[in-house]
Ligand binder design. Structure first.
Ligand code: NOJ
Length: 733
């Protein structure tokens, strides 16, 4: 006891003396070790100052109507974080100046915002980005977002979203990287590296936030914010790996979800937030709740009031409360009542301060102020945006080589509500993107086909409703053209947050328009822009060619026009399966085999989906040959190399993504039909070939995880599958 009192006196005197004697307290010394600085600062902070670090307020309004916060006029200098919905670096610097100069200890604020697929230069939605299979490009897009947003006053983005898609009715499939856990992990690493750079303290880098931790995409029936029944097996096998990959890549923060994990909400889940994230993976950054997900514990029926919600969330491992004010309102009482210890408060604040220190905010609290012309939409950014958009687009069908548009076609009918759209084409969560920045598809086509073909435009119909008055004009345009290109799709708020739909088909009016255009008896090219896979069971057979362009963003026009003209050779492959119809959901490539594989399917639709994960055509042809393994028998500790030769046998240069799958036909637990374990994309000139290699590490690539997170590698037969060709090998004891 005496020793404890002595230690406290010593600590206090040390802290006071470090404050008064040197004038500059240790925590302000940028050369001192971060952990020492944090301890020094913690020792100086009052409980009130600590708790304010754990709250995020909003500045301005969030574009998402579900998240409208109070406009913050007078920002207190004492706050921990701001959700900063302004593009002005000057305001940020003013607010930060208040925090640095008017608060007792001068602790900088961390400014965050959602740049999901771009800040002002808008890239394709994440679901589309994954179809590019190009992690370098995705990383570049995140570097650009980081730069644009840092120069607009941000330190932090709530991205990447790592919820593995399971139900296309759920609007938020647009925000993630598709239905595969391994692919999501690879894009998670690319995004974290892109945002955070080599050193978070560098200019133009921002902290990443992995979300929504964890299992949110299993919301029942695809209804947003709903209950999710996540088995421990699925948690470990499907949902946790992308987060683990993002944490290993160094992600500074994590956001806890709105969902339940089999009865325990994600924002009050000690197992996932503390036992896995902090104790097993040693994450030393902090967790922020989702918008209101602390107070939502009351609606979810695990807390009787906000105070209990705050206590549960905090004790589970959520360090920062987004926008709710629950922590500021109730943590002081909870500490006074002994329900939350000071040690726990200190540990939470320590984590927040650590990220602020890593960002270098104490010594460099302000961002540079440069003109908007030098900040946004720079030519090199637009180049990346066009490349990523074009590589994301997936040529689903191309009968009789309808595409690319032949030079003999001199009249092109350009029909449909998406052709001149500049809003929906950006998708949801469009950051600070503006419609006037967007090059519409029509503008792109005008440029692309200038002096080569005449465009005959008619909107035809709206995205929904039942007004068929535009049909006759559209048919006339089709009749005087050689080919009919129809631009259909979804409005931006049909996907994204709170964007669930009971049917993933396009509204009937859009399908009817295509039926009407058939009367012209011209080749029909369908160009679809959506935030999810669509039900194409009726439309697909009406068209000669179908391209899914997703929501391509700022450079939509050039990217789409380039794909249609052949300037860009399509190289996208689906990151998510297109079911035959909505009723076929859930359907994904790595399902488990059924007990009676040939039976039990829906009787009214074909057994397989319309387009599987991995499907995507090109204007050239690729031949896969000489598939070989370095050995057909290995021990658990040995590695193995799989190799395939891919020849571009057509006459157009192209990029080919090779997807390597593993199948374990017999194991202690049933395994997925096949699992993606590696992918690689290369440029191959027409007539040339490239060798693709997959270095197999058995523990990493062949093992399965059990429902406690333990990996098992069993002896026996395995298959490597590439381009539907299987080759077998064995693990021996
Ligand atoms: C709610 C969304 O679920 C989340 O993804 C987003 O980051 C926050 N709002 C902040 O805008």
């Amino acid at each position: 006891m005496k020793r404890n009192i002595l230690t406290i006196i010593l600590l206090v005197t040390c802290n006071i003396s470090s404050f008064s004697q040197t004038r500059q307290p240790l925590y302000k010394d940028k050369n001192a070790p971060i952990e020492d600085r944090i301890e020094n600062l913690l020792g100086l902070m009052t409980l009130d100052e600590k708790i304010k670090q754990m709250n995020q307020w909003t500045y301005g309004q969030n574009a998402n109507p579900n998240n409208i916060g109070d406009k913050m006029k007078a920002v207190s200098p004492l706050i921990g974080s701001l959700l900063y919905r302004s593009t002005h670096p000057e305001y940020r610097n003013q607010i930060q100046k208040k925090a640095m100069e008017e608060s007792r200890l001068g602790i900088p604020i961390i400014f965050g915002f959602d740049c999901i697929h771009g800040y002002r230069t808008i890239f394709p939605i994440s679901l589309a980005q994954a179809c590019s299979w190009n992690t370098d490009l995705v990383k570049k897009s995140c570097e650009i977002s980081a730069k644009e947003s840092w120069l607009s006053g941000l330190d932090w983005t709530f991205s990447p979203m790592l919820d593995v898609a399971r139900d296309a009715r759920w609007g938020r499939v647009s925000e993630g990287y598709g239905e595969d856990s391994y692919a999501t992990s690879q894009f998670a690493i690319a995004a974290v590296n892109g945002y955070q750079g080599a050193n978070l303290a560098d200019k133009y880098t921002i902290a990443a936030c992995l979300k929504h931790y964890v299992g949110y995409s299993l919301s029942e029936g695809g209804r947003d914010y709903h209950y999710s029944d996540v088995s421990m097996q699925t948690l470990w096998e499907t949902f946790l790996p992308p987060f683990e990959a993002g944490i290993k890549a160094g992600a500074a923060t994590v956001m806890s979800g709105f969902n339940d994990i089999s009865g325990v909400p994600a924002s009050a889940n000690h197992y996932t937030l503390t036992e896995i994230l902090k104790e097993k993976w040693n994450h030393d950054g902090f967790v922020i709740s989702d918008w209101g997900s602390v107070r939502n514990l009351v609606e979810q029926g695990v807390a009787k009031d906000k105070k209990e919600a705050g206590m549960k969330s905090f004790l589970a491992g959520v360090e920062m409360d987004m926008v709710d004010d629950v922590y500021v309102d109730y943590l002081p009482e909870l500490v006074a009542e002994g329900k939350i210890s000071m040690t726990a408060i200190d540990e939470a604040v320590r984590r927040i301060l650590r990220v602020k220190m890593q960002l270098g905010l104490f010594e460099n609290p302000y961002v540079d102020v440069v003109s908007e012309e030098n900040r946004y939409l720079l030519p090199e950014y637009l180049e990346v945006a066009e490349q990523l958009a074009s590589e994301s687009m997936v040529l689903l069908k191309n009968d009789n080589q309808t595409l690319p548009i032949s030079s003999k076609y001199k009249n092109l009918a350009i029909i449909g509500p998406m052709a001149k759209d500049s809003i929906n084409i950006m998708g949801s969560w469009e950051g600070m993107g503006r419609p006037e920045d967007v090059e519409t598809i029509y503008e792109g086509l005008e440029k692309e086909f200038k002096n080569k073909a005449d465009l005959h435009y008619a909107k035809g119909c709206d995205f929904d409703g039942d007004d068929r008055n535009g049909f006759s004009e559209a048919l006339k345009a089709a009749e005087k053209s050689d080919v009919v290109i129809v631009f259909l799709g979804e409005k931006k708020n049909w996907s994204g947050e709170n964007g669930s739909r009971s049917s993933i088909a396009l509204p009937k009016i859009q399908e009817d328009l295509v039926e009407e255009l058939l009367k012209a008896k011209k080749p029909i090219i369908l160009v679809l822009s959506s935030g999810r896979p669509l039900e194409l069971i009726r439309l697909n057979k009406l068209a000669d060619a179908v391209v899914e362009i997703w929501q391509p963003g700022t450079m939509a026009g050039s990217a789409v026009a380039g794909i249609l003209s052949g300037r860009h050779n399509p190289s996208g492959k689906l990151s998510i399966t297109f079911p035959q119809s909505t009723g076929q959901i859930p359907i994904y490539y790595n399902m488990r085999e059924s007990a009676r594989p040939t039976l039990g399917h829906y009787q009214d639709i074909p057994r397989d989906p319309l387009y599987w994960f991995g499907h995507g055509l090109s204007y050239t042809t690729y031949e896969y040959s000489n598939i070989k393994l370095s050995s057909t028998q290995i021990k658990r500790s040995e590695t193995l190399t799989a190799e395939v030769e891919v020849t571009n046998s057509g006459d157009i240069d192209g990029k080919e993504a090779v997807l390597w799958f593993i199948k374990d036909p017999v194991a202690t637990i049933s395994r997925p039909m096949k699992e993606l374990q590696f992918f690689d994309k290369k440029f191959i000139k027409a007539g040339e070939k490239a060798i693709y290699r997959f270095e197999i590490d058995p523990m990493r690539d062949l093992s399965y995880v059990d429902s406690f997170g333990k990996k098992h590698l069993e002896a026996g037969d395995y298959f490597v599958i590439v381009n539907e060709q299987k080759i077998s090998f064995q693990i021996i004891d």
